[in-house]
Design a protein around this ligand. Sequence first.
Ligand code: TA6
Length: 290
Amino acid sequence: MELRSLPTSTVLSDNVSICTLGNVNVIRVLHHKFSAAISLFGGHLLSFQPSGEKDILWRSENAIYSGEKPIRGGVPVCWPWFGKVQAPSHGFARNSEWALNEHRESEEGVIVSLTLKDSSDTLALWSNRFLAELRFEFSTSAKVSLIATNTDTKSWKMGGALHTYFSIGDIHQTKVSGLGNQYIDSLADSKLTPSNGTTDFTEEVDRIYTAPETMITIEDPAQQRRIRIQNQGDNAAVVWNPWIDLSHEMADMMDNGYESMVCVESTIHDQSVELAPGESHTLSTEIGLA
Ligand code: TA6
């Protein structure tokens, strides 16, 4: 799906327009340094492509743009929890319609901000009042920040993840480093397992690295490139590749989809951030080519 060529429904400025993909409204940003696309459904970054490069983000060829199910690929926003803490899995933010708050542009890049507030729908799932902002800062790299504010009169706890799907040439040649010295193995009863900080991929991987370095690197020799990831406000980096069987099981994934993607996620696991009324927390990830 070529996002650059979607028909425009509304022009917002020289660089920013709105277009439609299936049932979702997409903010498309075309700038001389990059192009990007954000779905308002989920506040979901679908594409980030520095000029002259292939997309850094992976999207499933079978992704569903119904405006009901989370989109497979890009940067799903998992919030206010990560995983199956309660239903829906990975929180409601990725299933919610976000509002465009502002967009600003310059020679250097473009900033887009979206917001999501508590509503009767969210309160039925999670009884806390909040304001969440997603701030996208695009230039030659892309920084995604999720700023959560407690607008309630009581404290609440949150987790979450910026569940980034990276596009790689060949998973069999891919190596991720900077992951730190241990991980919780979600495929082995959450066993705490020592690590040398690097992993390659020969089977399904679903790991919560609890002491990642400030810079994580994906080596992608098949596309002759290296992706750099800098996360903040997290307490873990989740690394996930579904491999063969799970790719077959997922309706919105091609059978061979696992070969060209890897997730490296800026994560708050265990609902470990507690916010008092009026307090905010920022979880971010910055991605770019080395
Ligand atoms: O982040 C890894 C993970 O939690 C895996 O366990 C895997 O199931 C994946 O996310 C995708 O979850 P989803 O709900 O999007 O199918």
